[in-house]
Ligand binder design. Structure first.
Ligand code: SF4
Ligand code: SF4
Length: 151
């Protein structure tokens, strides 16, 4: 029952496709290679990034480290270079607390290989397949009812 409720909450209320499972190992990798996404997509230039700095304190922590085919790459200045831990752990922004979220996939990003977290699909392949099959049957019935050609 709890599993069903959890699944309903994640998929229907939050619109999620993945569960986050695991724990942070404190390697600091995700604070070292950060892409930033805004309304127009992944940030490509410093001019656009400067505008974002006024919107949330998280952006003021970031420093440009380079650029690749995805966009600008940032590193967070709150990362302790010796311990690899966050210097403001207790007051870190929500975006850091919720990391990793499935949005990283839509930005072309991936989880670091050694990350203690993983993102697991909420629905199994069989469940997705059954849903597609059911919708296709429904469509055929509607097409027959309204004499439409089934595609
Ligand atoms: S604030 Fe802390 S947890 Fe967030 S990106 Fe910076 S170092 Fe990482
Ligand atoms: S990459 Fe994963 S394990 Fe490493 S600090 Fe980030 S969340 Fe934690």
């Amino acid at each position: 029952m709890f599993t069903k409720l959890k699944k309903f909450y994640y998929t229907k209320i939050l619109g999620r496709k993945y569960y986050r499972v695991g724990n942070c190992k404190g390697c600091g990798r995700c604070c070292r290679q950060i892409y930033v996404k805004h309304a127009k997509g992944v940030i490509q230039n410093e001019e656009d990034f400067e505008k974002l700095k006024h919107q949330h304190r998280f952006y003021t922590y970031l420093k440009v480290m380079g650029k690749d085919e995805i966009g600008l790459i940032f590193e967070c200045q709150n990362l302790d270079s010796e311990t690899h831990l966050c210097k403001i752990h207790k007051t870190r922004p929500g975006i850091c607390r919720r990391y990793p979220q499935e949005e990283i996939f839509t930005m072309g990003g991936v989880l670091s290989q050694d990350c203690g977290y993983s993102l697991v699909p909420i629905e199994t392949f069989e469940e997705v397949f059954a849903k597609v099959e059911k919708n296709s049957k429904k469509k055929t019935i509607w097409d027959k009812l309204f004499n439409r050609e089934s595609k």
